[in-house]
Write a protein that binds this ligand. Structure first.
Ligand code: ADP
Length: 484
């Protein structure tokens, strides 16, 4: 029965009862007016009419009350159920269905159920699509043979592939969605990774970190860590917003092994070359001796050229040997207390012949007052100064001037410097000149590109620094800073 019928029926009954009540009251009145109120014939008639009035009145009241109680409820109930259903759908409960009996609402509930079913199907399909694409992404990350770890902005582990789990030695459940900082408390490797990540973030530098030595695949392996922030466009589609970080580890064990084989090879060859070169130089010295027989001018020239080249060869082999010492980590320092002036004098003495050859004047700048002594491996630091002075001579113009000296800085360091007024070095090469085998493009003077890199390694092994100040065309000043 629809609401309209219900209302009509209810009101109809009520009106009929009221009409009946009024009719009975009228009958009652007529009886009263037609008969003598005191006559015995009026009594039973009045009594019956009164009973009818009372019964019909009571009945009307009951019907009225029943209508009052039930009618609003029966109209309100389907509306309430409909509102409830909409609320459930809004709460993503797409399984909600309505079965309203009221005629007007049968259609409504049918349409509601159709809508809910379509939403349910759509939701199930998008959810399964999302699950499928998530699985696909996980498969891709897992199929990468390098360890990868993803962190959100709060440093919780958002994803990690099997390779990373393998080297970190944890199960997926032990780490996924957990705070990396907390897990790192019980895991050395993760602690190092998190620390490196935090340091890189703080320093904002993109210099390569030292390789990590990790025991993986039943052998010692080396990994290079790289990290980068994950950024996504914000809701406006323009502003980039950081979502977290990705840590990637590159297995460089193979390169390390090749590098170490190369270092061993260079070391062996340079060592083996030293003896025959020294023998050649000894023989040349003997040739100069008149007792062996005198050389004519041309022969003397040739002998001189052989000597120059042998000296260069000996220098290169000693540079290569020094480099292999640093690379293989076998650099052993034998420090002793040394006066800076002793090192300077050694370097000048070692370069005297060369300086005379190019008619270069060497000036020494040394403070009058006492300066501190160094506690260094004097052989190594003297080698650095000799190399810097040799460069200054080789890269200066003929008849040039070079200043070599030392000073004590206010912060307790001894600064030793070599300054020339030659061609200088373009600032864009200032970083690269300390790399192995690097030579400024267009350099005509012969060399190996190893001297400065070895010098830097030697100075840093002492906890010091080697830096350059130079402008193209204005010469160079190399400054070595060592703690007193
Ligand atoms: P090498 O001198 O054997 O090439 P180094 O490592 O000592 O190797 O120097 C690297 C490069 O830096 C040189 O090839 C040269 O181009 C440049 N360089 C070094 N010292 C000077 C200097 N005093 N003046 C100008 N250029 C220099």
């Amino acid at each position: 029965m629809n609401i309209k019928t219900k209302l009509r029926l209810g009101l109809g009954i009520l009106v009929a009862m009221i009409v009946l009540l009024v009719a009975l009251s009228v009958v009652n009145l007529q009886i009263l007016t037609a008969t003598e109120p005191t006559s015995p014939a009026a009594g039973p008639g009045l009594y019956r009419a009164l009973i009818w009035v009372l019964v019909v009145g009571a009945f009307s009241i009951i019907i009225g009350v029943v209508l009052l109680l039930l009618l609003p409820g029966s109209i309100n109930k389907p509306i309430h159920e409909l509102a409830n259903g909409i609320q459930e759908i809004a709460n993503h409960n797409y399984a909600k269905r309505l079965y309203l009996k009221s005629q007007e609402f049968v259609e409504v509930s049918h349409n509601f159920n159709r809508m809910a079913k379509r939403l349910e199907d759509y939701h199930a399909s998008t959810l399964s699509k999302m699950m499928a694409s998530k699985k696909f992404m996980e498969t891709i990350i897992n199929s990468v043979r390098e360890p990868i770890i993803g962190l959100d902005n709060e440093m919780n582990v958002a994803f990690i592939n099997d390779e990373a789990l393998n080297i970190i030695n944890l199960t997926r459940e032990e780490i996924i969605m957990k705070s990396a900082k907390e897990v790192a408390l019980h895991n050395d490797l993760l602690r190092r990774l998190v620390r490196e990540l935090v340091d890189t973030e703080k320093s904002d530098s993109h210099t390569k970190s030292e390789p990590l030595k990790i025991y993986a695949d039943n052998k010692e392996s080396y990994f290079q860590m790289n990290s980068m922030p994950i950024t996504q466009m914000d809701k406006d589609g323009v502003t980039p917003k950081q979502q977290g970080y990705v840590i990637m580890l590159k297995n460089i064990t193979e390169f390390k092994e090749l590098d170490s084989a190369k270092t061993t090879f260079i070391s062996t060859v340079s060592h083996e070359l030293k003896t025959p070169i020294s023998a050649i130089m000894m023989s040349l010295q003997l040739l100069e001796d008149e007792r062996v027989g005198s050389l004519n001018e041309e022969q003397t020239e040739l002998a001189k050229s052989i000597q120059d080249n042998s000296e260069r060869l000996l220098n290169i082999t000693s540079e290569l040997l020094n480099m292999t010492q640093v690379e293989s980590g076998k650099l052993q320092l034998k420090p002793r207390v040394t006066k800076p002036i002793e090192l300077i004098e050694y370097a000048i003495k070692a370069n005297r012949v060369q300086a005379e050859k190019f008619k270069i004047q060497i000036e020494v700048q040394y403070p009058e007052e006492k300066i501190g002594r160094l506690f260094v491996d004097s052989e190594k630091i003297a080698w650095v100064l000799t190399n810097l002075l040799s460069n200054a001579i080789r890269y200066s113009y003929e008849n040039g001037r070079i200043i070599i000296g030392a000073r004590q800085s206010d912060d307790g360091y001894i600064e030793m410097f070599v300054q020339d007024f030659g061609r200088g070095i373009d600032p864009r090469y200032h970083k690269s000149i300390f790399d192995h085998y690097f030579r400024v493009p267009g350099t005509k003077v012969q060399g190996s590109g190893l001297g400065l890199s070895i010098s830097k390694d030697f100075v840093e092994a002492h906890g010091g620094t080697l830096s350059i100040q130079s402008e193209l065309g204005k010469g160079c000043c190399f400054i070595m800073r060592l703690k007193v």
